[in-house]
Design a protein around this ligand. Structure first.
Ligand code: ZN
Length: 88
């Protein structure tokens, strides 16, 4: 059985369109009630903003900052030893 959809009966976007002398947009509406042009952001599907991905990025940032801190303390220690060595 083939589902036949009548384009004229579909719900319309209704957003105020600049290109149409400020009349309501006549595009067919999506689930959010607006058309493709006026519907806002498209949901991201690649998983960059999932809880797991955010937690992983936070953890890696924390690790990087810890490594930088330890690296700078090592540098300070080496410089201190170098100063002592030079002063002897
Ligand atoms: Zn629209």
């Amino acid at each position: 059985m083939r589902f036949k959809m009548d384009f004229k009966t579909l719900p319309r976007c209704g957003a105020k369109a600049r290109s149409n002398f400020s009349k309501p947009c006549r595009q067919a509406a999506m689930k959010n009630g607006r058309c493709y042009y006026h519907g806002g952001a498209i949901p991201i599907k690649h998983g960059r903003n999932t809880k797991e991905a955010k937690a992983e990025r936070t953890q890696s940032r924390r690790l990087i900052s810890e490594i930088r801190k330890s690296h700078s303390t090592l540098k300070d220690l080496i410089n201190d030893k170098g100063d002592k060595h030079v002063s002897c």
